[in-house]
Design a binder for this molecule. Structure first.
Ligand code: NAD
Length: 513
């Protein structure tokens, strides 16, 4: 670990050998079992975290509820000022935090920095938003009446995040929720607890310096059992959960059983359609980055290429050739394109998927395999693979969180490709590569892609914070980040004010007394 300068990173971010995993701000505790954080980069144990016990959780939620009573009274632009300070601090700490993300999660250092940049961007967005939490005014049907709507904060917002974006997803939620006047409790993935601890320390310091109470930002740590404490708790009106479809189905039911709100950001099975009019060079760059970036562990990773038969061989050759250039290894070394998978369970799932595609009749064009030897001691490094497959294979219908790309062939019109693209359970990201205006517009039309994200001449992977982010069908339907995604963190109230001395009833109803 020392060879990567990780010791300095941990020191700068105040990570100790054993960390308390529960925090309400400056106050830290941890009475649950111990959790080890291993790096997939070199297999080293980075540090231990004492997870959140039931009573730790109870104290955190009580503190959060108390803080909400004060925080909701702080004017929104003043809340924005706190988020502005947070963004400034993140600019200062971008390198160490980016490196921790890279080392604990395994994505490249550049992507680690990119994640912190997303946090900074959403802070900027939230600061502007803090003066724009607009409601509408309407014309009342009754004389001498005024009608309008306003947005009030919800209260305690629970955030459950996945390992693959260990800091940005929290920021997308929390920066907006804070300016909306909510307080937040965050349970990071049990695979990346140190990223959570580092972020909480950064914001806790800012809240303290501004004389704000404990509880505006809380952290809890542990596995699904700690997550369940929130999903079943009616003191948490909104649970924002990012992770697998399997998790989302459980969380959605638990939250719905108490009629709470949930915001779900779940798995994808993203495709790029390559039409006869596609720019092949752009297609190759977009597809390869989409499929192997973050070792195929993005919710928006490209999993399927749907290629027209007329350009199939050409695209296939160009992509297989590009895979030959990929350098796999330590993600902190900027020369490498592909880092490790998160852990050995993920490696097993990758292996199983490759076996399955062959068993179903697919053909491996780039075989893949697990790497060993010097530099690959963690056992988490795999070779990105390409398989020729058919759209209806069971394995092609699923999201395997690893760098496996399926090549699928279509013939005839672009409608046939759109049918293949839409004919999966997930609905997150989609793209078309074409210079044909009609095809592009058909893809974006009401009869086009059914995903939350649909791109033209850009791959499926990644997104800007200015747009609303999320997907349809089994991806869960939630929207985070830009546009009007803030509305989910607030409750809407319709107000009607009568400034006359009469009390006319709506719909012309007479009620003479
Ligand atoms: P995961 O579902 O295993 O875990 C995600 C989080 O949910 C973790 O914090 C985990 O502890 C918690 N959790 C699991 N079961 C729970 C339960 N029953 N109750 C409460 N909490 C529970 O997912 P992962 O392996 O960490 O992440 C990969 C998945 O996340 C992929 O499917 C990926 O597509 C998805 N993802 C989606 C988005 C998006 O925005 N749509 C973003 C990132 C990741």
């Amino acid at each position: 670990a020392q060879t990567f300068g990780i010791a300095e990173v941990l020191e700068t971010l105040h990570i100790k050998e054993i960390n308390d995993g529960t925090s309400t701000g400056s106050h830290w505790t941890g009475n649950g079992e111990e959790l080890n954080s291993y790096s997939p980069v070199d297999g080293a144990l980075i540090a231990k975290v004492k997870t959140t016990s039931k009573s730790d959780y109870g104290n955190a939620i009580a503190t959060a509820q108390k803080a909400f009573r004060q925080w909701r009274l702080v004017p929104a632009p003043r809340r924005g000022e706190i988020v502005r300070q947070f963004g400034e601090k993140l600019r200062e700490l971008k390198q160490p935090l980016g490196k921790l993300v890279s080392y604990e999660m395994g994505k490249s250092y550049q992507e680690g920095l990119g994640e912190v940049q997303e946090m900074i961007d959403i802070c900027d967005f939230a600061v502007g938003l803090s003066r724009q939490l607009h409601g509408l005014t309407m014309h009342s049907e009754r004389p001498g009446h005024r009608m309008y709507e306003q947005y009030h904060p919800l209260g305690v917002v629970g955030i459950i995040s996945a390992f693959n974006f260990p800091v940005a997803v929290w920021a997308w939620n929390t920066a907006l929720a804070w300016v909306c006047g909510d307080v937040c409790i965050w349970k990071p993935s049990e695979k990346t607890p140190l990223c959570g601890i580092a972020c909480q320390k950064i914001i806790a310091d800012i809240l303290k310096k501004n004389g704000l109470p404990e509880g505006i930002s809380c952290l809890i740590n542990g596995d699904y059992r700690v997550g369940e404490m929130m999903t079943k708790d009616n003191r948490v009106p909104l649970v924002s959960a990012t992770g697998s479809i399997r998790m989302g189905k459980i969380v959605a039911q638990a939250v719905a059983a108490r009629l709470g709100k949930s915001l779900l950001e779940l798995g994808g099975n993203n495709a790029i359609i390559v039409t006869p009019d596609a720019d092949i060079k752009m297609t190759v760059i977009g597809s390869v980055f989409g499929a192997v970036g973050t070792a195929g562990q993005r919710c928006t990773s490209t999993r399927r290429l749907i290629i027209h038969e007329s350009v199939y061989e050409k695209v296939k050759k160009a992509i297989v050739d590009a895979y030959g250039q990929l350098r796999i290894g330590n993600p902190l070394n900027e020369n490498n394109h592909v880092g490790p998978l998160i852990d050995k369970d993920a490696v097993d799932k990758y292996r199983e998927a490759l076996k399955k595609v062959v068993a179903e009749g697919g053909r491996l064009l780039v075989e893949g395999g697990v790497l060993d030897g010097e530099g690959y001691e963690s056992g988490c490094y795999v070779q990105p693979a390409i398989a020729e497959a058919r759209p209806d294979f069971e394995i092609v219908q699923q999201e395997t969180f690893a760098p496996i790309l399926y090549l699928l062939k279509y013939s005839g019109d672009v409608e046939n490709a759109i049918d293949i693209q839409n004919n999966v359970a997930q609905g997150l990201s989609s793209a078309i590569m074409t210079n044909n205006l009609r095809e592009a517009e058909r893809f974006l039309s009401v009869a086009g892609s059914d995903c939350g994200i649909a791109n033209v001449n850009i791959g499926t992977s990644g997104a800007e914070i200015g747009g609303a982010f999320g997907g349809e069908k089994e991806t869960g339907g939630g929207r985070e980040s830009g546009s009007d995604a803030w509305k989910i963190y607030m409750r809407r109230q319709t107000n009607t004010i009568n400034y006359t001395t009469e009390l006319p009833l709506a719909q012309g109803i007479k009620f003479d007394l």
